[in-house]
Design a protein around this ligand. Structure first.
Ligand code: PEP
Ligand code: MN
Length: 263
């Protein structure tokens, strides 16, 4: 179902009045984690002001350490939906198990499967049964073939609205958090009809590298970008060093405009 042979024309996923996979670059932006009402309201305002339409934020955080902030769960979903409604934004959030998937589907427009869950097959089947678009991140050490087969799990359950997200892979290089595999974008375009977006925030782990890699992603044909933006990155509970300030985010969008139709 994922392959170009199965379907030759590009899949376009329509969510309200935004099309992912069409002739434009769709920007999804917001903080790593939902932290408070004030933080979410400020983040939503920043995303809207820069001209983006899709608001991200994590209510369930699968952290490397069990002692790190794990997210506000349902309260976080509520705060996110509230802030998005205020600014008329579409929402995306990560789900980590069957229960969070069911709950998030009641509040949020797009369900995200994180890199650590790319081969959580029960979870893939679950989101395949829910009537919501799914953004599937590439696993930390997943091949393109494994990633596409994970998308196949979702589609095999009847949900054809899958967006692939390249977010960097594990290599021997330690200077950056991960290694952004931009080659994956044209390879996916060759092998599949599904839209593909790039997350330069988690790929690099360094806010100064986000804008150059976002430009690279757009140049190689990405359908969208997933960018971490925080009203005050120095106070972020999660991923502050890779988060853009509202001002830096606005500049990123301005710098993309000459090279792509951005929304
Ligand atoms: C995230 O988007 O906040 C996240 C945890 O990403 P990843 O699954 O790519 O690490
Ligand atoms: Mn993050």
């Amino acid at each position: 179902l994922v392959s170009r042979e199965a379907k030759s024309d590009d899949t376009i996923i329509k969510i309200k009045n935004v099309e992912i996979g069409g002739n434009q670059v769709v920007i999804m932006a917001g903080p790593c984690a939902v932290e408070s009402r004030e933080q979410m309201m400020a983040a939503a305002r920043a995303v809207k002001e820069a001209g983006a339409r899709i608001f991200r934020g994590g209510a369930y955080k699968p952290r490397t350490s069990p002692y790190s902030f794990q997210g506000f769960e349902e309260k976080g979903l509520e705060l996110m939906a509230e802030a998005a409604q205020q600014e008329n934004l579409i929402t995306i959030t990560e789900v980590i198990d069957q229960q969070s998937a069911e709950l998030a589907a009641q509040y949020i427009d797009i369900l995200q499967i994180g890199t650590r869950n790319m081969q959580n097959f029960q979870l893939l089947k679950k989101v395949g049964q829910l009537k919501k678009p799914v953004l599937l991140k590439r696993g930390l050490s997943a091949t393109i073939e494994e990633w596409l087969m994970a998308a196949e799990y979702i589609m095999a359950e009847g949900n054809y609205e899958v967006i692939l997200c390249e977010r960097g892979i594990r290599t021997f290089e330690t200077y950056t958090r991960n290694t952004l595999d931009l080659t994956a974008v044209p390879v996916i375009k060759r092998l599949s009809h599904l839209p593909v977006v790039v997350d330069p925030s988690h790929a690099t782990g360094d806010w100064k590298l986000v804008t150059p890699m976002a430009k690279g992603a757009v140049a190689v044909g990405a359908d969208g970008l997933l960018i971490e933006v925080h009203p005050d990155p120095s106070k972020a509970l999660c991923d502050g060093p890779q988060s853009l300030t509202p001002e830096n985010f606005k500049n990123l969008v301005l710098e993309l405009e000459p090279i792509a139709k951005v929304t």
